[in-house]
Design a protein around this ligand. Sequence first.
Ligand code: DC
Length: 229
Amino acid sequence: MTQACIPIITIDGPSASGKGTVATRVAHALGWHVLDSGALYRAAALVVMEQGIDVQNRQAVAAAARTMSLRFQPENLTLDGRDVSAAIRQEAIGNLASHIAQQAPLRAVLLDVQRAFHRAPGLVADGRDMGTVIFPDAPLKIFLQASVAARASRRYKQLKQQGLAAKMESLVEDMQLRDQRDQQRLIKAPDAKVVDSSDLTVEETVHVVLGHWSTQGGCYVRGLTTCCG
Ligand code: DC
């Protein structure tokens, strides 16, 4: 399914488990590309909200996502030429993203968009279904988990830093609700390595992930070929 000998590390985990930051740092350390798949669902949610699309109309939601022109730049994401990096991080957009992410037509539209990120020299992809649905034959799969309390407190700090309003109690509640909705798609691949980041710093988590990759010597078997790189 995935192209031979272009390595992929998938990092799946719940909301605010730190997977985005960890994925970016791991990709940087290896000199690889990075895919923040949640940003695609968030961008779709922003379009749905701004265009006043009926969220129950699955075909309309998928059609709107199909016409999105997204560009990932190192520091920001543009949607039809507009910088939406901050707009997609709003809690309301995250919640809407979690709703529409349940819709099969939208997931089908985003499937190819996500696979197109698989390019040399390698890819670190973070999300919910990276290791199970999008890149099921990735040579290293990480399942990053953290307690609800740790995740809510990280999200709180993040929002405060961005000068956005945040209440700890409602963040915990939102996080639990979102976990319930995302639960169906967030399935640990049988061959994934579980990393619990509740008590780890970002640097420590990155170190653990890179440790798993170097344990494999950067090598893996793809069909009849042994890939190293
Ligand atoms: O990782 P995140 O919080 O930025 O993702 C936003 C929402 O998108 C999340 O609630 C679930 C959904 N999502 C998904 O269903 N599948 C993915 N691969 C990534 C995100």
